[in-house]
Design a protein around this ligand. Structure first.
Ligand SMILES: [Cu+2]
Length: 482
């Protein structure tokens, strides 16, 4: 065995040598137009066995899109999406690249493709003013999964506004066929307003320089891959994720809760690593991960720097459908601990935000939005039914304690927390409710309006102005968020 190992190592290193930069010769046959796809879709395999000339046409579009429900942002995009269009070629292909800068855009842009061998990865040859286009050609010498991004000054701002995507250079023999391929890319965003603050948000340069993102998300927005937009698969299938990290600042500790990666091509390289729980994806890097699905249910994709998942948006869902396999897992859907409010549609929150902006927010709007938010935050303790847990978490349903409180004292509970004795419906509680001041003014207003109008409580309404006033006039306990 001892004598056998070194020869295995030599064989492995010979293999990797064959797999690095190679010129497979001149393109053959008719030029091919590359199929570009929007995330989370991946173009089909090239299924080619000879190098070709591949034409890629990518348009830069500056556009307003949602960053969260009720929150918009002016993204700068490659192909109209964040991340940008997925590009798939084969090792040895000669790529004729056309970059168009939409005439309605305000900024010049260019592209640096990490799969290009040449100064700037194409950046210098692709600098393009609005209403113009540029063209350059490169040969894809190395296989792998590569990030591309804009590299126009200020580079951080262009990347921070969503200008990145993935380029797959298939090995000459192609990738092993799988049942599903998906395109997932993490990015950090910096806004003047707080996380989930409603309305149009501006880029915050100082937060970006300080590397203190407001949002860390997959595929360009909070909830881009949750609810109705979740990724899907069936049991007994193989899933391959192309996972990129656009940054601009953060490194991703990419993890799928409840799955183990059978195979990871770490950093997008050629060496395969097996049986991985969490893979590190650098800013400006990518990985290919593969796993086999056995047990049905919801699998949560996260950046395991976990506050980013639950408080900044870095959370996506893969729904696996199929029959239970009790020999592998006893059953029961992933609980709300891991899903939070992403298990439900956030549409009511967006509806309420729109109504508030238009100046016609109704109590039913607030109740619907508040219910959604309650289920992601308060329900962990007070339960979805509002009944609480006897002796531990007091009920909010028909609470005689809530009924006695002034509106300001009620607002103060989620805003500043509560400690010490209180009696609800004849039962004593002496515990701690942590301040939930990371919630915005409108979120607290909507949650409390929902509580007041649910489960037999007396009704009433809390406005975001009331919450804002109390926030300004009362101190947060030490350690609480703003
Ligand atoms: Cu740009």
């Amino acid at each position: 065995m001892k004598r056998f190992l070194p020869s295995m190592l030599i064989a492995a290193s010979m293999f990797t040598q064959c797999a690095v930069a190679v010129d497979l010769g001149a393109p053959q046959g008719e030029p091919v137009n590359a199929v570009l796809t929007s995330p989370p879709n991946v173009p089909p395999a090239t299924n080619r066995h000879k190098p070709a000339k591949v034409i890629v046409k990518l348009e830069v579009i500056e556009k307003e899109m949602p960053l969260a429900d009720g929150t918009t942002y002016t993204f700068w995009t490659f192909g109209g999406t964040v991340p940008g269009s997925f590009i798939r070629v084969r090792q040895g292909d000669t790529v004729e690249f056309h970059l168009m800068n939409n005439p309605n855009n305000k900024m010049p842009h260019n592209i640096d493709l990490h799969g290009v061998t040449g100064p700037g990865g194409g950046a210098a040859s692709s600098f393009t003013a609005p209403g113009h286009q540029s063209q350059f050609t490169f040969k894809a010498l190395n296989q792998g999964i590569y990030v591309y991004h804009c590299a126009t000054a200020p580079v951080g701002m262009h990347i921070g506004n969503g200008m990145y995507g993935l380029l797959l250079v298939e090995p000459p023999e192609g990738l092993k066929p799988v049942d599903h391929e998906y395109y997932v890319m993490q990015g950090d965003f910096y806004t003047v307003g707080k996380y989930r603050e409603k309305g149009h948000q501006q880029f915050d340069m100082q937060k970006a320089i300080d590397e203190k993102p407001t949002y860390v998300v997959f595929n360009g927005s909070d909830g881009a891959l949750t609810g109705d937009h979740a990724l899907t698969a069936k049991t007994n299938q193989t899933v391959r994720l192309f996972v990129g990290n656009g940054g601009p600042n953060l490194v991703s500790s990419f993890h799928v809760i409840g799955e183990i990666f059978d195979t990871v091509r770490q950093e997008g390289g050629t060496v395969e690593q097996h049986n991985v729980q969490t893979t590190l994806i650098p800013a400006g890097g990518a990985a290919m991960v593969e796993f086999h699905t056995q047990v049905p249910g919801s699998y949560v994709l996260v950046d395991h720097s976990i506050f980013r998942a639950f408080n900044k948006g870095a959370l996506a869902i893969l729904k696996v459908a199929g029959p239970e396999d009790k020999s592998i897992y006893s059953g029961k859907e992933v609980d709300s601990t891991y899903l939070g409010d992403s298990a439900v549609s956030m549409q009511p929150v967006a509806t309420a935000a729109k109504a508030a902006e238009a100046g016609n927010l109704t109590i039913p709007d607030q109740v619907a939005a508040g219910k959604t938010l309650f289920n992601g935050t308060c329900s962990a303790c007070h339960q979805g039914s509002g009944e609480g847990l006897e002796g531990v978490f007091p009920p909010l349903a028909k609470s005689d304690y809530v009924a006695k409180l002034s509106q300001d004292d009620l607002i103060a509970i989620p805003l500043n927390g509560h400690t010490g004795k209180l009696t609800v419906n004849g039962k004593d509680y002496d515990s701690v409710m942590p301040p939930m001041s990371q919630l915005n003014d409108d979120e607290i207003a909507n949650i409390l309006t929902f509580v007041l109008n649910s489960w037999g409580n007396a009704g009433g309404r809390i406005t975001k102005e009331q919450v804002a006033k109390l926030r300004a006039n009362t101190p947060r306990p030490a350690g609480a968020a703003h």
